[in-house]
Ligand binder design. Structure first.
Ligand SMILES: [Zn+2]
Length: 459
């Protein structure tokens, strides 16, 4: 595929007009300001200088544009091509809970609504909930998500079929003081890893997870950290989401915050994505920065559940890897990550009384490149030669996009997820102009509606 004369969000998160971008074999093979077919005719190569700031990526073999057939040519007039978005904290089967547990305090939301509903969910329910989540994410330019939920093997099947990418982990509540290997989740995770880690050409990955400090005892937490280290897998956790969680952790662990506690047991020696980090102090943020922890910021979920405001501007100042997540659909209620990006770029200005807090470029990087890195996908998240072709194309002819004085600002402050007209994952089209080539959306919607109705009838 060749995107012809298109505006591109470049690797510095600025918009460059009149670019040509070629995709071959799932990889971006050319980015430049001239038609590579012209270069072919002239017999010259089309390489551009390597970029600064990110680790180098090995160019794909045999993909030199000068000898290539580009296939479909997409007219770039009135279009903006950007890296696809990476949703770094989700519970995708929870699409079935959308609109079900509303306007309740956190404890009642969880104990009276979410837990009883989830206890009725089958593997098939989780498959269909994930498939609908995939369709919704693809619609809004998201190609990959980090998930933590029951029946993760069924989510893997949905991800495989949809053509998306995901880092999947199971669900675990561990109060009994016995080794992790005595829990049924141990065998489940072994099997999940054996069957699915690296599946579909690496689109599917398996992470280990600890739900949180408050739902996992120390014996099990230490065992899981050791397993992740031994297997070279990543970790996904909830961390310091509420003030109550931090206070109770300090009571249980000799005054240590959840961040200090997990540092003490060695968690952050493993590459970790930590969701929320709302109630963290300066010492906590220093640990997160030093250890290279990826903080999955979930601004919509934090607002909706009345959690508070994560110190995101301070984290950026300290060099913490901030990325972006939707969280589950009982606390957002959508997978349109453009919403979350807008909130990340806006709410912390209000929370800190500083209009310079969180720049559009920081928000764009969090939603794309940093998200890809949080999933261990070093060759994803930028429009650059040699990167995987995870892309979304936006229609920028609508009234919100004019004038084009600063298109990156328009993208964050005025654009909408619904401006996405095409989403590609590894070069495969997942969404184009209302169509979902890999997903039967009507079937997925009907299945999810019927399944939610059944569960509500059982409660
Ligand atoms: Zn969560």
């Amino acid at each position: 595929m060749l995107f012809a004369d298109v505006s591109v969000l470049d690797e510095h998160f600025a918009v460059k007009p009149h670019q040509w971008v070629a995709v071959q074999g799932g990889v971006i093979t050319y980015v430049g300001d001239s038609d590579p077919r012209g270069a072919m005719a002239a017999g010259c190569g089309a390489a551009t200088a390597p970029a600064e700031g990110d680790s180098p990526v090995t160019p794909p073999l045999g993909a030199a544009p000068a000898t290539a057939d580009f296939g479909e040519v997409v007219d770039g007039a009135g279009r903006l091509l950007m890296p696809a978005l990476y949703n770094t904290h989700a519970h995708s089967p929870m699409t079935l809970l959308r609109g079900y547990a509303e306007n309740l305090p956190l404890d009642r939301w969880l104990n009276e609504k979410c837990f009883p509903f989830e206890a009725k969910m089958t593997g098939d329910d989780c498959y269909w909930g994930t498939l609908l989540a995939c369709a919704e994410m693809a619609r809004f330019g998201v190609v990959s998500f980090s998930d933590m939920y029951y029946h993760a093997d069924r989510s893997a099947q949905a991800v495989l079929e949809s053509g998306m990418k995901a880092n999947l982990s199971g669900a675990l509540v561990a109060f009994e003081d016995k080794p992790f290997s005595d829990y049924p989740e141990y065998a489940f995770m072994e099997q999940l890893g054996n069957e699915w880690n690296g599946a579909a050409d690496g689109r599917i990955r398996v992470d280990y997870n600890l739900h949180s400090e408050y739902l996992t005892n120390e014996t099990v937490a230490r065992d899981i950290v050791a397993l992740a280290k031994e297997k070279g897998l990543r970790m996904h956790i909830h961390l310091s989401e509420t003030a109550k969680e931090v206070e109770e952790c300090r009571g249980r662990h000799g005054g240590m915050s959840p961040v200090a506690y997990f540092e003490a047991i060695g968690l952050f020696e493993v590459p970790t994505t930590a969701a929320h980090c709302v109630w963290v102090d300066e010492a906590d943020m220093d640990i997160l920065a030093q250890r290279g922890v990826f903080v999955a910021n979930n601004p919509a979920s934090n607002l909706k559940l009345g959690i508070g405001f994560a110190p995101i501007p301070r984290m950026f100042e300290k060099g913490v890897n901030v990325c972006l997540g939707s969280d589950g659909m009982a606390s957002n209620n959508n997978h349109n990550l453009f919403h979350d990006m807008y909130l990340q770029a806006m709410v912390y200005k209000g929370a800190t009384l500083d209009p310079t807090a969180v720049t559009p470029q920081q928000a764009l990087r969090a939603a794309t490149r940093t998200g890809a890195l949080s999933q261990g996908r070093d060759d994803c998240g930028l429009v650059r030669e040699g990167m995987r072709a995870d892309l979304c194309l936006l229609d920028v002819t609508g009234p919100s996009w004019c004038p084009a004085t600063d298109m990156a600002c328009n993208l964050v402050y005025a654009g909408h997820g619904s401006d996405v007209v095409m989403t590609l994952c590894d070069g495969q089209v997942l969404y184009a102009q209302g169509n979902f080539p890999t997903i039967d959306l009507e079937r997925a919607k009907a299945e999810c509606a019927a399944r939610t109705k059944r569960i509500l009838g059982e409660l």
